[in-house]
Design a protein around this ligand. Structure first.
Ligand code: PRX
Length: 657
């Protein structure tokens, strides 16, 4: 957990309350009565929400629950791409802007729903021409450009599950994901713009495919930067050419509600990332409903910006499927917040008159650090709602967000969910809920969540424990790709008697019963809202020839929430003279193995690691060291002098980016 108990008790005594503004409540999409309606009959409630979508044929049963396997809207058929695009055009909204794209260098593209439809149809035809059939997996490794959205919707259209791999992942990570999903096609680009310069992407695909045999037949390449790239004739195909020669229309087939929509890999407690599987009907129902209810989207007047990357679940659910199914006008920005200057986001909000902003606490804390005078130079008066996601938001950041960005008038919704849940599960409703800075408040209508003790008993108000989900929900993961046993073991074996889904998060209930999410209770770190497992980084470190053993912990960090700190024992003993250089090499090695996001903030070269008598590394003690705290109880150590040895060696070379 990220908070010490002292901060925690401060948190829980947070007295500030913010009522929804009266005019917001008056015109809110969802009112207080929804809670009672959903409690009266959960399945009826979800069936009503599913009716917001366009179905080709009706379902016969809302939920078929054979724990832990669920089927929602059994027998119903629909097409996710039709729901996100065609039906809006058919209803006369073809001229509405679907995407305002802003490239990092300042180039822009405005794409209407009619244009998006044409692009998606051409792309669907191109995929078919490349031999992609229903059920085939397609890896998408792209920067934040509109083609990423088009590619996802084209896959959804023909029923080929996509597996989007974050563009910041290394070629090794890409290879692992291609192999696990047995992808037949990779969609990538020559590169993208990052921090004021073109950065390459295609070489990582070439490298990945050279690592071993894969099932990939073609690589579809978007030209974004025009930089020189290697070309494999016969395998590589240019996106623009492939689309150009296609008809602008495509007859979308209806897919079963349970047809796989996508796989998205996320870190678990072991080294191997899990391919989280989402299907079509239930997923689309819940992302669409939650986007409508939590963000209060008014399709005719709002401009909505979710500043996540398409490579994470937030991008899937709240840039693509949720907003587009609700006919939102979305802003999509390619680059970093400080290129070419630290006011870029606020400039974009003023330019596009953004009314709803959704981002992560890490970004908010970074902006706080940069100073309130920067947003103050821009007109942010169009904003009417702010959202937060990905990690616990500290009250100070919450208040700053509301005050400095939201002009003290916008509701703030802190939304808790996971890759596995597919959609928001715990969040205030902006026109209904009285909010508290730092609390995600309560489960959304139709969702069952609780905080339980070790035995699975609900804790009373004021108590803390593990967050569980008590009822199946429409957008729940349907499994881990190719590994049902791991699915059952990871999520459903912690509280088998009660049949609860174990989220892996610690949580508290305050005196009013509101929920406060406290961070992971397993070996998963949360760095800038990104999930990284300690074992994944440890495996990367020990794959370096100089490393004999490594232990990794997530240490509290004022900006990124947690930061990766590694303790490393060198092979053949370390020489502190070479320390600094080696530490740099090891950090780079982790970036090559996983991606720059997994680079440890600090690596300490140590002679020993603290272990229990059974050989388990005591990360708790390492966390104490990493956070510069007094050591906790050392009595269970096999050799209690180890900590003296480690501390005598510190501080060693620390590296900052
Ligand atoms: O620990 C919780 C944290 O992020 C984890 C899920 O990570 P991921 O699957 O990458 O999805 C992130 C975006 C949905 C959770 O187990 N988390 C997410 N949202 C919050 C949060 N922690 C506290 N408050 C939140 N609002």
């Amino acid at each position: 957990m990220t908070d010490s108990s002292e901060t925690l008790s401060n948190l829980l005594h947070e007295q500030r309350r913010f009522e929804p503004p009266r005019d917001f409540t008056a015109s809110a999409n969802v009112g207080a009565a929804t809670y009672e309606q959903s409690e009266a009959d959960r399945l009826v409630f979800w069936a009503e929400q599913a009716q917001r979508l366009q179905w080709e044929s009706p379902w016969s049963e809302v939920l078929q629950w054979r724990p832990p396997f669920a089927k929602w809207f059994v027998g119903g058929t629909l097409n996710a791409s039709v729901n996100c695009v065609d039906r809006h055009v058919a209803a006369g909204h073809g001229e509405q802007v679907a995407i305002h794209f802003e490239g990092e260098p300042g180039d822009t593209r405005t794409i209407t729903y009619a244009e998006l439809l044409e692009q998606v149809c051409r792309a669907a035809n191109a995929l078919t021409e490349l031999g992609i059939e229903k059920g085939d997996r397609v890896a998408i490794y792209l920067p934040m450009i509109p083609e990423a959205v088009v590619a996802m919707l084209a896959c959804a259209r023909i029923g080929a599950p996509h597996s989007v791999v974050f563009g910041g992942f290394s070629s090794q990570a890409l290879y692992d994901r291609i192999v696990d999903a047995e992808a037949k096609l990779v969609i990538t680009s020559d590169g993208g713009y990052r921090r004021g310069a073109p950065s390459a992407l295609k070489p990582a695909v070439d490298e990945a495919l050279a690592k071993g045999r894969t099932t990939v037949e073609h690589v579809l390449v978007v030209v974004r930067t025009g930089q020189e790239i290697d070309w494999v004739d016969g395998r590589d195909v240019r996106w623009a050419e492939a689309l150009e020669r296609q008809p602008a229309k495509h007859e979308a087939p209806a897919h079963d509600a349970e047809h796989p929509l996508y796989i998205l890999y996320t870190s678990g407690t072991t080294g191997k990332p899990k391919g989280i599987l989402h299907t079509t009907g239930g997923y689309l129902t819940q992302v669409s409903y939650t986007h409508h209810a939590v963000f209060d989207l008014k399709p005719d007047s709002d401009v909505y910006w979710c500043a996540a990357d398409i490579g994470w679940v937030t991008g899937h659910s709240y840039i693509v499927y949720g907003p587009l199914s609700n006919r939102a006008t979305v802003v999509m920005y390619e680059g970093t917040p400080d290129t070419p200057h630290r006011g870029r986001w606020w400039e974009l909000i003023a330019k596009y008159r953004v009314s709803i902003l959704y981002c992560a606490p890490t970004a908010i804390r970074t902006f706080m650090k940069w100073g309130s005078d920067i947003p103050a130079q821009h007109d942010l008066s169009s904003l009417r709602l702010l959202g937060s996601v990905g990690e616990p938001i500290n009250p100070e950041a919450w208040i700053w967000y509301r005050k400095v960005i939201g002009g003290d008038r916008t509701p703030v919704v802190d939304t808790w969910w996971q890759t596995e849940t597919g959609a928001i599960m715990i969040s205030p409703l902006p026109g209904v809920t009285s909010t508290k800075p730092g609390s995600a408040t309560r489960p959304l209508p139709g969702i069952g969540a609780d905080v339980v003790d070790n035995e699975g008993r609900p804790v009373p108000n004021g108590g803390g424990g593990f967050l569980v989900l008590t009822e199946p929900w429409p957008s729940m993961l349907r499994g881990i790709w190719g590994d049902d046993a791991r699915y059952t073991e990871t999520y459903w074996s912690r509280f088998p008697e009660q049949g609860y889904y174990f989220a892996g998060d610690g949580a508290k209930k305050d005196e009013d019963g509101d929920l406060w999410l406290l961070g992971r209770v397993d070996d998963v770190m949360n760095v800038s809202g990104h999930r990284i497992s300690t074992t994944e980084v440890e495996s990367a470190l020990v794959s370096h020839p100089r490393v004999a053993e490594a232990a990794v912990v997530g240490a509290t960090d004022p900006t990124t929430g947690q930061a990766i700190v590694a303790f490393v024992i060198l092979r053949g003993g370390g020489d502190s003279d070479e320390g600094e250089l080696l530490v740099r090499q090891l950090r780079d090695h982790v970036a090559t193995e996983i991606g720059p996001i997994a680079k440890p903030r600090q690596i300490m070269l140590v002679p020993e690691l603290p272990k229990t008598r059974s050989g388990k590394i005591m990360r708790r003690l390492l966390r104490d060291v990493a956070e510069n705290r007094q050591l906790g109880d050392v009595t269970t150590l096999a050799d209690s002098s180890v900590m003296d040895l480690i501390q005598a060696k510190l501080p060693t070379a620390a590296a900052e980016d």
